[in-house]
Design a protein around this ligand. Structure first.
Ligand code: NDP
Length: 255
């Protein structure tokens, strides 16, 4: 069944990883997907190609979040793409997925003020501005889904700034859920645990083995497994859930 046919969706950072799987999942349910990327246009085009091969519809939009004018740039392309592929500029589903991460092995004592600004700009400020800007396009019954992280619930000192920024993102979920309820727009967070996004660190056997221990199932998550939760939140079936954080960690927080 195509639970999202006739709907449109923007997934930030869907050139790869969880974002790509999410754009694929939403398109598989019938949504027209705007595939956003920061730097890797080619990878975004690959996502679009994968969706089309799968019988879905998509187009790419590029903007480096955290830089001046990025949100305007993104919406300019989004509106043009919607006009071309869907006639009207309605956005039913916004998924704030793009994020900047702290380099592995960083210690809190060595984080610079500039790094803090950059991470907050991409992970917290940009999603706020995207929601604010999207509200003009989101109809009653729309969906906003913010991709947070399990590190908001589990101490990991090397990720303190990243976790702070995701904590801020969860506040966006909480307060906008109340604000948008009169319009039946739901706002929720999804908390992935360690998920194999294809990057090098997840391919190193030793590191992979060690990271797998975190989940109760003793393996890494797959992007599709997180995407499935996002797709559920995007559908009408989730209409009674708002302001919530859904755990997509494979039991990593069970203790
Ligand atoms: P990836 O690192 O695989 O992909 C990141 C995506 O975000 C890319 O599409 C990238 O686009 C985009 N992006 C990054 N920075 C910017 C920017 N400044 N402007 C625009 N786009 C940007 O991410 P994951 O799939 O691993 O993660 C997806 C989400 O899940 C993130 O919010 C992350 O914090 C969260 N998460 C991931 C976990 C994991 O283990 N993988 C664990 C917990 C949470 P491009 O390359 O084109 O610039």
């Amino acid at each position: 069944t195509s639970t999202l046919s006739g709907k449109t969706a923007l997934v930030t950072g869907s050139s790869r990883g969880i974002g790509r799987a999410t754009a694929l999942g939403l398109a598989r349910e019938g949504a027209l997907a705007a595939v956003h990327y920061g730097r890797d246009k080619q990878a975004a085009q690959q996502t679009v190609d994968l969706i089309e091969k799968d019988g879905g519809r998509a187009f790419a939009v590029g903007a480096e979040l955290g830089t001046p004018g990025a949100v305007d740039q993104l919406f300019h392309q989004l509106e043009a793409g919607l006009r071309e592929h869907a006639d009207e500029t309605v956005l039913d589903i916004l998924v704030n997925n793009a994020a900047a991460t702290t380099p592995a092995g960083s210690v809190p004592e060595e984080v610079s003020a500039e790094q803090i600004d950059e991470i907050f700009a991409v992970n917290a400020k940009a999603p706020f501005l995207l929601v604010q800007r999207a509200l003009g396009l989101i109809p009653d019954g729309g969906r906003i889904i913010n991709i947070s992280s399990a590190v908001t619930r589990m101490a990991e000192p090397s990720q303190v700034v990243y976790a702070m920024s995701k904590g801020a993102l969860d506040q966006l979920t909480l307060h906008f859920a109340r604000h948008l309820a009169p319009r039946h727009i739901t706002v929720n967070s999804v908390l992935p645990g360690l998920t194999d996004n294809g990057s090098a660190v997840f391919q190193m056997p030793g590191a992979r083995e060690q990271m797998s221990q975190l989940s109760a199932f003793k393996r890494l998550g797959e992007p599709e497994e997180v995407a499935n939760v996002v797709v559920f939140l995007a559908t009408d079936r989730s209409r009674w859930i708002t302001g919530a954080s859904l755990d997509a960690t494979g039991g990593s927080l069970l203790g």
